[in-house]
Design a protein. Structure first.
Lengths: 316, 287
C-alpha cells in the first residue's frame, strides 16, 4: 500500500514541477512580449535609433522569444537573476537582504496567527451553533470580505491615532533595542495576523466540522463519550491532516497580504521592492520577485496537498 | 472555494408560492447592493459638488452639514467622490466578473462534455494559471502594459477564469454522468446542444451564486491594485484609489481615509450576506 502513497506524492511533485514551468513561461511572456520596447524605454524618448539598435543587440532583444526565455531560465537555475535596469546592480544583491526581511515578517506572523487561529477554529467547531461560534463566524467573514488595506488603516487608527501606543506609518532602519523591534513589527504583524487568521479559522472550522459529521464520531457520541473526549480523542487525530492542509493553504494568503502591508507600512521587504520596480518598469527585478513569490506559493500549496495525501489513513 | 457556510442558511425561511423568498438578512444585503447599483448609474445626477472642484477651504476636513463625509487632501468633497467612485468600482468589477464567469463556465462545460485530452490540457493549464497569486499577476501585467480601464477589466477576468472554470467543470461533470445526458447523446445531439439545453439549465443556480463570490474577490483585488497605485488612474478614482490619495490623512483620523474603505466593505459584506442567505433552491448544488 505504501507504494500507492509514494506514487501519489511523486505525481503531485511532478505536477508542481510542470506548473512551475508553465508559471515561469507566463511570467516571462507577460513581462517581455507585451507592447513597449525595452530598449526605447531604457534610453528614453530622445535616444537615437542607432543607440536603441545597439542596446537591443547587447541585450539580445532581437533573438526569438523562446531563446531569451531559455537563456533566462538557465540563468535562474544557475543563480544568475540578471541585472536591474534601474540602477545596474545585480538583482540577486537587491533581493538578498529584502528577502530575509520578508521571511522574518512572515515567520513572526505565522508564529502568532497559527496558535490563535487553531484555538478559535477548533473551539468554534466544537461549539457549533452557539453564540460564540456565530460571533467568530461573523468576525471571520467580516475580515475576509474587506480589503487588507482597510485592516491596516484601521489598525493604525486604533493603535496609533486613538490609543497612541505605536507610531503611525513609519519605519526605522536601525534597531537599537527590543522596544524598537516591537514598534517596527507590531503594526504589520497585527494586520497580517488578522488577515491570515481569518482564513485559517474558517478552513480549520470547516475541517473539524467535516470530521465531526463522520459515523465514528457519532458512534462515540452514542456510546456516551463526553464532548471534550469525543472531539479530542476521536475527531481531532483524524482532522489533523485537513487542519495542517488548511494552515498551509492559509499561509499562502500571506503573499497577497505582504504586498499591501509592506507598501502601507513602508517595510523594506521584497514585496515593497517589487511594487517599486513596477513603478520604474524594472523588468528583470519584477521577473525575479514574481518567480520568488510564485515559488513560495507553489511550495505552500504543494506541501498542503502532500500533507493531505500522507495523512489520509485510507491510503496507508 | 465559497465563503458560504451551509448551516447559516436559516430554517426560518418559509416556503413561498413564488419559489424564492429571501430572509431578512438576505434582504438587507440585497438592498445595499441595489443602493450601490442605483448610485453607480445615477451618480452624475446626485452628487452635491463637482468631483474635480476644490470646494472646501480646509483639506482633510471633518464631517459637516455641507460636506457629509469631509473633504479630501485637496479640499474636494469626499461624498461626491465616493458616489462617483462607485461607478468605477462596481462597473469594472461587474464587467470583469461577467467575462470571467462566462468564459470559465463555457470552457468548463466544454471540457466536461468533451472529456479526453482537451479536458486534461485545459484543466492542467488553467490550474497552473491559478497558482500565480492574484495580486502578483495584476502587478506583473500592469508593469508590462501599464494601467487603463480595459486592461484592468481583462486582467481581472483572466485572473478569475480558472476558478470559475474549475467550479463549473466540477458541476458539469456531475450532470454529464446523468441518464438524461446519456440519452441525449445516444439520440445523436451535438456537443453544443448538450451544453446549452442539458447541462447549462442544471448548473445555472450555483453558477450565479459563484458569480457573486467571485464579484467580491474582484472588488477586493481591484481595490488592492488601485490602492497600490496600479489600478484606476487619476483623474478618475475608484474606492481603492480614494484611500490611496488620502492615506496622508490617516494620522489625523480624517474621514476621507476610512469612508471609501467602508463603502467597499458595505458592498462586499452585502454580497456575501445575500449569497449566504440565498434560498436553498438556488444554491443547493453549490456546496
Amino acid at each position: 500500500m505504501n507504494n500507492r502513497v509514494l506514487s501519489l506524492v511523486l505525481s503531485r511533485l511532478l505536477i508542481a514541477l510542470i506548473t512551475l514551468v508553465i508559471v515561469s513561461f507566463a511570467v516571462f511572456f507577460a513581462t517581455t512580449l507585451l507592447p513597449g520596447d525595452t530598449a526605447t524605454i531604457l534610453l528614453g524618448q530622445a535616444a537615437t535609433p542607432e543607440a536603441v539598435e545597439g542596446l537591443r543587440k547587447a541585450m539580445h532583444l532581437d533573438d526569438p522569444a523562446i531563446f531569451r526565455f531559455l537563456r533566462w531560465i538557465v540563468g535562474l537555475l544557475q543563480g544568475d537573476l540578471g541585472t536591474s535596469y534601474a540602477n545596474d546592480m545585480p538583482v540577486a544583491d537587491l533581493i538578498g537582504g529584502r528577502f530575509i526581511n520578508t521571511l522574518k515578517l512572515a515567520g513572526v506572523t505565522a508564529l502568532f496567527s497559527v496558535p490563535i487561529a487553531l484555538t478559535l477554529g477548533i473551539s468554534s467547531a466544537m461549539l457549533r451553533g452557539s453564540l460564540y461560534d456565530r460571533i467568530v463566524t461573523v468576525m471571520t467573514i467580516g475580515v475576509i470580505s474587506v480589503p487588507e488595506f482597510m485592516i491596516a488603516t484601521s489598525a493604525v487608527l486604533i493603535f496609533a491615532v486613538y490609543l497612541k501606543w505605536l507610531p503611525a506609518l513609519s519605519f526605522a532602519n536601525e534597531i537599537h533595542s527590543l522596544s524598537d523591534m516591537l514598534r517596527i513589527y507590531a503594526m504589520p504583524v497585527i494586520t497580517l495576523t488578522f488577515v491570515i487568521s481569518a482564513q485559517m479559522i474558517r478552513m480549520t472550522r470547516a475541517a473539524v466540522i467535516e470530521t465531526l459529521n463522520t459515523p465514528y464520531v457519532e458512534m462515540a457520541l452514542l456510546k456516551g463519550a463526553s464532548r471534550p473526549r469525543m472531539v479530542l480523542r476521536h475527531a481531532l487525530p483524524n482532522a489533523l491532516g485537513p487542519i495542517v492542509n488548511a494552515v498551509a493553504l492559509s499561509l499562502s494568503y500571506l503573499l497577497g497580504g505582504v504586498i499591501i502591508v509592506e507598501t502601507i507600512f513602508n517595510y523594506p521587504g521584497i514585496a515593497k521592492l517589487m511594487v517599486d520596480a513596477v513603478a520604474t518598469r524594472d523588468l528583470p527585478l519584477i521577473q525575479s520577485c514574481a518567480m520568488i513569490f510564485c515559488l513560495g506559493y507553489l511550495l505552500l500549496i504543494t506541501t498542503a496537498d502532500i500533507i493531505a495525501i500522507l495523512s489520509n489513513p485510507r491510503l496507508r | 472555494m465559497t465563503m458560504t457556510s451551509s448551516e447559516t442558511t436559516s430554517e426560518r425561511m418559509t416556503g413561498s408560492r413564488f419559489g424564492y423568498r429571501f430572509n431578512i438578512v438576505g434582504m438587507i444585503g440585497l438592498s445595499v447592493i441595489l443602493f450601490w447599483a442605483i448610485v453607480a448609474i445615477f451618480a452624475p445626477l446626485i452628487i452635491p459638488y463637482p468631483v474635480g472642484e476644490i470646494v472646501d477651504l480646509d483639506y482633510f476636513g471633518p464631517m459637516s452639514a455641507d460636506f457629509w463625509l469631509g473633504s479630501d487632501y485637496l479640499g474636494r468633497d469626499m461624498f461626491s467622490r465616493i458616489l462617483m467612485g462607485a461607478r468605477y468600482t462596481v462597473g469594472i468589477s461587474l464587467a470583469a466578473v461577467t467575462i470571467a464567469c462566462f468564459s470559465g463556465v463555457v470552457l468548463g462545460m466544454i471540457a466536461a462534455v468533451a472529456g479526453g485530452w482537451l479536458d486534461t490540457v485545459l484543466s492542467r493549464f488553467l490550474d497552473a494559471l491559478n497558482s500565480i497569486p492574484s495580486k502578483l499577476f495584476g502587478l506583473v501585467v500592469v508593469a508590462a502594459v501599464g494601467s487603463s480601464i480595459p486592461v484592468l477589466i481583462l486582467t481581472l477576468s483572466v485572473i478569475y477564469i480558472p476558478g470559475s472554470y474549475r467550479f463549473a467543470r466540477a458541476l458539469a461533470v456531475n450532470i454529464n454522468a446523468m441518464d438524461f445526458v446519456t440519452v441525449a447523446r445516444i439520440r445523436g445531439e451535438s456537443t453544443w446542444y448538450l451544453i446549452r439545453s442539458e447541462i447549462l439549465p442544471n448548473i445555472v443556480g450555483p453558477v450565479l451564486a459563484d458569480l457573486g463570490i467571485r464579484f467580491v474577490f474582484i472588488v477586493l483585488l481591484l481595490s488592492g491594485l488601485s490602492f497600490l497605485g496600479l489600478g484606476v488612474q487619476p483623474p478618475y478614482a475608484d474606492w481603492g484609489a480614494l484611500v490611496r490619495e488620502n492615506i496622508g490623512g490617516l494620522p489625523f483620523g480624517a474621514p476621507a481615509v476610512m469612508a471609501p474603505s467602508f463603502a467597499i466593505a458595505s458592498l462586499t459584506i452585502s454580497v456575501n450576506l445575500l449569497i449566504d442567505n440565498l434560498p436553498k433552491k438556488i444554491r443547493d448544488r453549490s456546496e
